[in-house]
Write a protein that binds this ligand. Structure first.
Ligand SMILES: Nc1ncnc2c1ncn2[C@@H]1O[C@H](COP(=O)(O)OP(=O)(O)OP(=O)(O)O)[C@@H](O)[C@H]1O
Ligand SMILES: [Mg+2]
Length: 302
């Protein structure tokens, strides 16, 4: 649904995005992460037909962003960092203005649908200037969806929202994904990325890494099993099983590195029981996306 090849954007001497190649399938929620100034918004603007790439090409929903930026804009929805709503107009009129501008079919039905879905129908007649930040953000999302785009670009959609509003927006994103829309999500909220995204791309001018949160964690850290025993155990040199890559013992806790815990855990547990261990808990050590992010960014040279 999104296919970029060698996408590059310069601003004078500065290279904001360098040689970005990326493929994103239909119905995928793709998380785009990276530090401030990494090139996320610039990438979104290029993919949404709002900014011409300096070099490279991209197809979005089958449309070439360089050749037909106008058409790209009509097949994608975009929610930017600053929604740019008309403060004096009501929520309803904001949407109506936009719907007319973009020739949205059955616009009044669409407006009602999305104001309802985002919980703003009751407030539709009030001027947007009186809305809270979260309400404005929801209205911007409604506006981006009026023409039922297959691809949606969300640039930090929950930034500055209170936990409840952020959750409403996240649930809504999940719902959109279940309708097989492709969602390109820029966020600094790593919890959000982990919850919503099937794959993550990490950018710092260049694309550093792409993969599912689980793939990235395993690639970086391997897999570790935590085994809690009832009593500490002293293991002689020859207890080891050949597949155990590493083991650390800390009191009643063993941390064991394995390649294939699904297959190797039962063998390991049996061996420990034979050696007299009383096992209370066995679980895989979970890494956070935050650890992955910080380590990968730290590895990048400035
Ligand atoms: N219109 C512009 N003119 C000049 N430089 C620009 C312009 N837009 C972006 N840049 C530069 O391009 C780089 C990438 O900016 P961009 O907004 O894409 O970053 P970002 O990853 O979205 O950051 P943030 O997380 O802070 O939103 C920055 O160095 C920025 O100053
Ligand atoms: Mg940005």
């Amino acid at each position: 649904m999104i296919h970029a090849e060698g996408l590059t954007r310069r601003f004078g001497e500065r290279i904001a995005v360098e040689n970005l190649s990326l493929g994103i399938g239909a119905g995928e929620v793709f998380g785009f992460l990276g530090p401030n100034g990494a090139g996320k918004t610039t990438t979104v603007r290029m993919l949404a037909g709002l900014l011409a790439p300096t070099t490279g090409r991209a197809l979005v929903a089958g449309v070439d962003v360089c050749a037909e930026p106008q058409r790209v804009r009509s097949v994608v929805g975009i929610v930017t960092e600053h929604p740019g709503l008309y403060e004096k107009l009501s929520a309803w009129h904001n949407l109506k203005f936009y719907a007319d501008l973009y020739d949205v079919k059955s616009s009044e039905t669409q407006i009602e649908k999305y104001l309802n879905l985002l919980g703003l129908w009751e407030r539709r007649c009030e001027p947007v200037g009186t809305f809270s930040k979260g309400m404005k953000q929801k209205l911007a999302i409604a506006r981006a969806l009026l023409h039922e785009p297959h691809v949606l670009f969300l640039d930090e959609p929950t930034s500055g929202l209170d936990p409840e509003s952020a959750k409403t927006v996240r649930n809504f994103i999940a719902q959109l994904a279940s309708e097989k829309r492709t969602i390109f999500l820029c966020t600094h909220n790593l919890y959000e990325a982990e919850q919503l995204c099937s794959r993550i791309g990490l950018i710092k001018q260049r694309l550093i890494k792409v993969g599912s949160p689980q793939q990235l964690k395993r690639e970086l850290y391997g897999r570790h099993i935590i085994i809690d025993l009832k009593e500490p155990i002293s293991l002689s040199e020859d207890w080891q099983l050949p597949f155990v890559r590493d083991v650390q013992i800390n009191g009643r806790r063993l941390l064991v590195q394995l390649d294939d815990p699904e297959v190797q855990n039962p063998v390991l547990v049996q061996r420990l029981v034979e050696l007299g261990a009383q096992i209370q808990f066995v679980r895989e050590q979970d890494r956070t996306l935050e650890e992955v992010y910080l380590d990968l960014i730290a590895q990048e040279k400035p």
